[in-house]
Design a protein around this ligand. Structure first.
Ligand SMILES: [Zn+2]
Ligand SMILES: [Zn+2]
Length: 186
């Protein structure tokens, strides 16, 4: 925060009235989500290389079955490294302070949901097919570091484009096939 504040200021961050319109807020936050997801994906993949995994990222992976609080449980170097993905969007666009706070809140809520371990009927991924959510990230925590896949933070398309969701898709297909089979038996 101390280091990013001058950058936000330089990029035109406002903290006075009037507040920005909801269209500006929404456009900026959608842009931050897309950018964050892209940068996080590559940063996270790098963290899954042997040395970085062993010395940094394994802390976050201590929990093979995560719950909400474990979303923020990571090596300090990882917090700084992947936190860069979160502040890059605001650093580029200089939003209003309220937009920055709102972005921080929704980003933390999003990662807590992704780690909560429950796929609720009201989970976002039920309504927005490009959204990952708990089921998607749970799979990432379940497997060995070289085989995990599902590296993106919010959306599913990065892993789909770069082929790192093959295991997850296979499992999903198997599960739905199995459910269809047991449905036929009934
Ligand atoms: Zn990981
Ligand atoms: Zn995680």
């Amino acid at each position: 925060m101390i280091f990013s504040y001058p950058v936000f200021r330089f990029m035109g961050m406002q903290s006075s009235l009037p507040l920005p319109s909801w269209k500006t807020v929404l456009t900026q936050i959608i842009f931050y989500f897309i950018l964050e997801d892209f940068v996080f994906y590559w940063g996270h993949r790098v963290l899954h290389t042997k040395w970085l995994y062993k010395h940094v990222h394994s802390v976050h992976h201590e929990y093979a079955t995560p719950f909400g609080l474990t979303s923020e449980y990571a090596h300090p170097a990882e917090i700084l490294f992947l936190g860069f993905a979160t502040i890059l969007g605001p650093a580029l666009t200089g939003p209003h302070l309220m937009t920055l706070w709102l972005w921080m809140v929704v980003r933390v809520l999003e990662t807590v949901e992704a780690h909560c371990g429950y796929h609720f009927p009201w989970s976002f991924s039920n309504f927005l097919p490009i959204y990952g959510g708990a089921d998607f990230h749970d799979y990432h925590h379940r497997l060995l570091y070289t085989k995990s896949g599902n590296y993106a933070s919010t959306f599913v398309y990065m892993d789909w484009i770069f082929g790192t969701d093959k295991g997850y898709r296979k499992l999903k297909a198997l599960k739905s096939g199995h459910m269809e089979d047991s449905g036929k038996e009934m």
